[in-house]
Ligand binder design. Structure first.
Ligand code: EPU
Length: 424
């Protein structure tokens, strides 16, 4: 079936400034967390992307009021009439699974379809289930779905084998309405988790973060609030790659440098010019590069490590470096599917194992027809296309539209030759 494609004609050095949208992943977690509040929640700076639209559908399917326009979202979960989340949502977007704990905590029961594998390989939910059980929930695992109920959630200490972002968010949200104190040990301290904790505090939750321990003192009820979604550090990093790979000179407005420190240090190692500019109200990021980048190895790990979501972009930047780089992703078991499409543009990359790739830099990328295999892999294709000679047509862009607001508009504003068109 024909759909939209993104067309890019490479060769333009990007110039000018760009403003980053609200963060997809913290917004999705905060939307799920809004179900904990008995009262209206107003979220501002919400990115207009398809994942947010899917999450509004999930929330509406629970019978909860949810209205999204002009980057503002209102959710009023004073009543949650339905406690079942359907397969059609969970299979489309894994973040839908985050509604489980809040619905359980509010309603005493919840059923949800089990998320399967995804574009990045197998993605288990064992830490989520174990965490809810530790909080005294009853979990019946029906293979294709989960039935969860409780007769009183109780706080306790929970150790996570891995500092999973989603499991930390699920347990932290649920524990807000449990009796007593919950301690999550080896919790994720990813900026998305910290943003969610700030939002929950604005609802009246009692949460303290100390190192990698998150302590939640349960309360009886949470109220509505107004909250501003912070900038998307992955979108900011993606634009930094676009700026560098085109040998451009761009300003990315209003970032929080601490959210991007590992990435920015690795960009510097690669010879990319990185400058933080005080703009009076906050910090702008200038990214510039004249020649080719230097080869640089990366190894992804949980925050404050190098973010897995910026690995595809960085790998692509290394595809034009003067030498060979080793790229290791320790987070997901199958995050390199996109490299086969990059090879169609002339990228010289070889997979050594499921989680390790070697990239030999070249300065001869050429446009071609390619397809996006996942969200971040999709923007890696755009980065390569911007550095290629000739035209690239990127198909299956539904993956890209999940997470980037007005991507071609923002790129055009920086001087890229790109547009989104109907496939013939
Ligand atoms: N894991 C388990 N068991 C669990 C949960 C996780 O074994 O119960 C494993 C995962 O399979 C993975 C590792 O732990 O190997 C880390 O996964 P994590 O739970 O931290 O990831 P997530 O919450 O599923 C979020 C983002 C991802 C981002 C990761 C890591 C959302 C909606 N998704 O996923 O974002 O890559 O954290 O930072 O917040 C993206 O935006 O493109 C994206 C994939």
């Amino acid at each position: 079936m024909p759909g939209k494609i993104i067309k890019v004609t490479g060769g333009q050095r990007l110039r000018g400034s760009v403003r980053i949208s609200g963060c997809k992943n913290s917004c999705l977690a905060i939307m799920a967390g809004s179900l904990l509040a008995k009262g209206p929640v107003t979220l501002r700076n919400v990115p207009d992307i398809s994942d947010v639209h899917t999450m509004t559908e999930v929330i509406k399917s629970l019978g909860v009021y949810c209205d999204f326009k002009d980057n503002t979202l209102v959710i009023d979960a004073t009543c949650i009439p339905n406690t079942h989340t359907d397969y059609k949502f969970v299979s489309k977007m894994r973040a839908s699974f985050n509604v489980l704990g809040p619905v359980l905590a509010r309603c005493g029961e919840a059923t949800i379809s089990r998320p399967g594998g995804c574009d990045l390989g197998e993605r288990p939910i064992d830490y989520h289930i174990a965490g809810l059980k530790k909080l005294s929930a009853n979990v019946i695992d029906l293979q294709s779905s989960l039935e969860v109920s409780h007769t009183g959630l109780k706080g306790t200490s929970i150790f996570l084998d891995r500092d999973s972002v989603g499991a930390t968010e699920q347990i932290m949200s649920t524990a807000c309405l449990a009796s007593g104190t919950t301690r999550i040990i080896n919790a994720s301290i990813d900026p998305d988790v910290i943003e969610l904790s700030r939002f929950l505090q604005a609802l009246g939750a009692n949460i303290r973060v100390s190192g990698k321990v998150i302590e939640i003192e349960g309360v009886r009820e949470l109220r509505g609030t107004e909250y501003n979604i912070a900038f998307d550090r992955i979108e900011a990093g993606t634009f930094a790659v676009f700026g560098a790979i085109t040998k451009g000179d761009i300003i990315i407005k209003d970032i929080i440098p601490d959210h991007l420190s590992s990435f920015l240090l690795k960009m510097k190692d690669a010879g990319v010019g990185i400058e933080l500019i005080d703009n009076g109200d906050g910090t702008d990021l200038r990214v510039f590069l004249n020649g080719r980048p230097s080869p640089t190895d990366i190894f992804t790990s949980p925050f404050p490590g190098f973010p897995t979501d910026l690995m595809p972009g960085f790998l692509t930047l290394m595809s034009v470096a003067e030498g060979t780089s080793v790229i290791t992703d320790t987070i997901f078991v199958d995050r390199f599917k996109f490299i086969d499409e990059l090879k169609r543009l002339g990228v010289n990359v070889k997979r050594n194992s499921e989680q390790v790739c070697m990239v030999n830099g070249t300065d001869a990328l050429t446009g071609a027809d390619v397809k996006s295999t996942d969200l971040r892999g999709g923007t890696a294709l755009i980065a390569a296309a911007l550095a290629s000679v000739g035209e690239t047509r990127i198909h299956h862009i539904e993956h890209i539209l999940r997470g980037y607001e007005n991507l071609t508009g923002k790129l055009s504003g920086l001087g890229a030759e790109t547009s989104m068109i109907e496939e013939a």
